[in-house]
Design a protein around this ligand. Sequence first.
Ligand SMILES: Nc1ncnc2c1ncn2[C@@H]1O[C@H](COP(=O)(O)OP(=O)(O)O)[C@@H](O)[C@H]1O
Ligand SMILES: O=P(O)(O)OC[C@H]1O[C@](O)(COP(=O)(O)O)[C@@H](O)[C@@H]1O
Length: 306
Amino acid sequence: MIYTLTLNPALDYVVEVADFTEGSINRTKNELKYPGGKGINVSRVLKRLGVSSTALGFTGGFTGDYIENVLKQENIDTDFVRVNGDTRINVKIRGGKETEINGASPSISEDDIRSLESRLALLDNEDQLVVAGSLPSMLPPDTYKRLMIRLKEKGIRVYLDTSGEALTKALEASPYFVKPNHLELAELYDVSISSVEEAVQYGKKLLDDFDISHAVISMAGEGAVYLHGDEAYQAKPPERPAVNSVGAGDSLVAGFIAKHLLSNNPDEVLAFAVSAGSATAFSETFCTKEEVVQINKEIKTAVLNE
Ligand SMILES: Nc1ncnc2c1ncn2[C@@H]1O[C@H](COP(=O)(O)OP(=O)(O)O)[C@@H](O)[C@H]1O
Ligand SMILES: O=P(O)(O)OC[C@H]1O[C@](O)(COP(=O)(O)O)[C@@H](O)[C@@H]1O
């Protein structure tokens, strides 16, 4: 079974404003609300791609109820730990440029953590876990690392997608797969990454430094590169105006997992992952399977090995 872990979920509230003006009253042209948080997004896109998963993490209050209800309607299993406060609301403003205001997590108690640990203790070596998104600010930055070490001891594959200090620490637990975007990878090594060659160079370093099997470095409209052992692959999506970048990275992770379950062909796996990311970037909300399959036909791939 695949599990996703979202310690800091959100109700994503996307507002479209014709001409967003700071410091004045703006009226919305269009509004969308949906469950958010990276692991939850991965569960939702996996479902669209025909793969079942169970969503784990912390939810609370009316916003937590909303998330659980939508997942239930979509036939996604959940086993969240209920916390006292309200799950945060993340505001995404589409008005010319995209602006995001991500909220803070409700308080997480020691008991909440223990409840989460006992749910994770039920996983066995047949299971795979996607650990994704930010950590609630009151939790120590090595929280993912601590959880991952125990999971790894049981032979559970961990797919990791987080950023900042949580990423730096979690890498020390050697996940099976990691997906930083090129900016997160650059931050990790305190360098600047603007080309595919640089992404490959630091992506390979990431595999070596942290003993990781698979890494995908996503590069927004440029697609992504995939590093596995000594091999490097690139996939580039068709050029089209992006409508929505929220959840594109999560869709890429879901696409990678869905194809990796079925295929050992790295070229094919990366192409499908990038198709899922780009299908979301090209649509109002999340990609559908039909859109992913269609874009997959237009993806350009290359093997970058010497
Ligand atoms: N402007 C875009 N055009 C086409 N595809 C995009 C665009 N932005 C994102 N994507 C797709 O989504 C994937 C993840 O996007 P990226 O911005 O790199 O990740 P994240 O959302 O994690 O920051 C990319 O690899 C690509 O497939
Ligand atoms: O946990 P964080 O880093 O605050 O991110 C949460 C936000 O990221 C998202 O999961 C989208 O992530 P991506 O755009 O990276 O795919 C939103 O749904 C959510 O609001």
